[in-house]
Design a protein around this ligand. Structure first.
Ligand code: PLP
Length: 376
């Protein structure tokens, strides 16, 4: 049987040592034993987020944390700024609208990063904005945003700074506290190397003031409930025990290496993958490419979905396609979490083989050679 290489930007491969942890017998969550694990996980997450503030763990996919970051600080009728340069930026706007919150959209072309001065302009014109909602890595376009530079602007205002780091955390640089982020939202199935099912929110002091004033309806994702339970290193509802145990192992792995070293490894893989594609004569979709994921333009006359299908059925390599207007135009390869050198090389081999099969002309082996030169 062909070995399978999961190269999608979520879920990502779960390393064996983490899968083994999660196969152990279940324990009860209202116990000292579990609370010790949960404390370690919470402390481990703070290291990766680079925050000394609160980090809460929810049982949901990443979108649950996105919703929490809206309903806990906003009230119906509030205004928020949303950077819309792809599917996930758009999602913040959809959530806000569902709760009667007005969205001031900064629409940017897919594949480009927002210009911080544009956000400054919007905030000057709208001093009553409740929050600026944006994304570290916009996964749908494989684009990293300058979260630090935007933070310099937002921190000088009364607006909160909310960043979706679901795919970027652990692959692109991120410093929650130093960059003035008030709420960062994350999920488990991307850079954190565990299956889908957990979501996280960091919450700053500035954000807590807004939590007190917020009038949006909420029950399950109420930050105050999580804060109260955290006093006893506990969760208000049944914890996703097995996933948290897996996460403890994953965080051990990341923090033992050091998150900056992990980011450097993924940066190298991402660069190797991009250089490989260029060596094959292909181009990169994003103007500001992320380390977490790469979007590659299919060559003229070849459908990106045909490349994806051939890689999957014949070589066991699973890439993601483009969404909406990008469907059939790009394929996306992740470099985050458990994706390693072997995945990177094998996936490049599959792209070469698929392209050859689809009649595209290039110098065989040049992609793998370019990547190997960078990764060693
Ligand atoms: C994957 C992803 C999400 C959505 O997460 P779900 O776990 O599918 O709810 C949101 N934002 C970004 C940037 C993502 O990459």
């Amino acid at each position: 049987m062909t070995k399978n290489y999961l190269m999608t930007p979520g879920p990502t491969p779960v390393p064996e040592e983490i899968r083994i942890e999660m196969s152990k017998p279940i324990i009860h969550h209202r116990t000292k034993e579990y609370q010790a694990i949960f404390k370690e996980v919470t402390d481990g997450l703070k290291k990766i987020f680079k925050t000394s503030g609160d980090v809460f763990t929810f049982t949901s996919s990443g979108t649950g944390a996105m919703e929490a970051s809206v309903v806990n600080v906003c009230s119906p009728g509030d205004k928020i700024v949303v950077v819309r340069g792809g599917k996930f930026g758009e999602r913040f706007g959809e959530i806000a609208k569902a709760y009667g919150i007005e969205v001031i959209a900064l629409d940017i072309p897919w594949g480009s990063a927002p210009c911080p001065a544009d956000i400054e302009g919007i905030l000057k014109k709208n001093p009553d904005v409740k929050g600026v909602y944006t994304t570290l890595c916009e996964t749908s376009t494989a684009t990293v945003y300058d979260i630090k530079a935007i933070g310099e602007i937002v921190r000088k205002t009364q607006a909160l700074y909310v960043v979706d780091v679901i795919s970027g955390l652990g692959a692109d640089n991120f410093e929650n506290d130093n960059w003035g982020v008030d709420i960062a939202v994350c999920g488990s199935q991307k850079g954190l190397m565990i299956p889908p099912g957990l979501a996280f929110c960091s919450v700053s002091e500035k954000a807590w003031k807004a939590v007190e004033a917020s009038k949006c309806p909420k029950f399950y994702f109420n930050f105050k409930k999580y804060k109260k339970s955290m006093l006893d290193t506990d969760t208000p509802f049944t914890s996703a025990i097995t996933l948290v145990i897996g996460l403890k192992k994953a965080l051990d792995v990341i923090n033992k290496k050091g998150v900056d070293n992990v980011i450097a490894e993924h940066a190298k893989q991402a660069e190797a993958f991009r250089q490989a594609m260029k060596a094959l004569g292909l181009t990169i979709f994003s103007k500001s490419p992320s380390n977490a994921v790469t979007a590659v333009n299919a060559p003229q006359g070849i459908d990106a979905d045909a490349i994806i299908k051939t890689c999957k059925t014949e070589f066991g390599v699973t890439f993601a396609g483009g969404q909406e207007t990008l469907k059939g135009k790009i394929f996306r390869a992740a470099h985050m979490g458990g994706i390693d050198r072997e995945h990177t090389i094998e996936s490049i081999k599959a792209v070469e083989a698929a392209l050859a099969k689809l009649g595209y002309k290039f110098s065989a082996g040049s992609g793998v050679a370019a990547a190997a030169k960078i990764m060693g």
